[in-house]
Write a protein that binds this ligand. Structure first.
Ligand SMILES: [Zn+2]
Length: 120
């Protein structure tokens, strides 16, 4: 009797591999979620686009274009405060977004000059 009850337990112990020690790590933590572009960002982004449905750049030039991208005016470079600061967000259409990115890349790593740089 006792033996038959023990057996399945031993079997499950053997069957559960070591990976239980690191929960989450096997669940794709190294994807975009880990870099801040996770579910929370998707939600915030959707809300921002609802409030700012038009591309800011196109609007400036008198065009009415639906925005599909939320861009960071000042590149956040992993700075969470800058990342989540909605004052630093800008609704853009895909083509403006790619042209902004191209301009940033043309400027090189520097982007915006250092005065506004956050200090920790
Ligand atoms: Zn645009």
């Amino acid at each position: 009797m006792k033996l038959t009850m023990l057996k399945p337990r031993v079997a499950t112990l053997k069957a559960s591999p070591v990976r239980t020690i690191t929960p989450g790590s096997w669940r794709g933590d190294k994807t975009s979620t880990g870099r801040g572009y996770g579910y929370k960002w998707q939600q915030a982004r959707a809300r921002f686009l609802k409030a700012h449905p038009l591309c800011s750049y196109c609007q400036r030039e008198g065009r009415i274009t639906l925005a599909t991208v939320v861009d960071h005016i000042e590149p956040h470079r992993g700075d969470e405060r800058l990342f989540w600061d909605q004052g630093n967000w800008m609704a853009l259409c895909a083509s403006c977004h790619s042209s902004v990115k191209q301009r940033e890349e043309a400027k090189g790593e520097g982007g915006i000059a250092s005065p506004g740089r956050p200090t920790f």
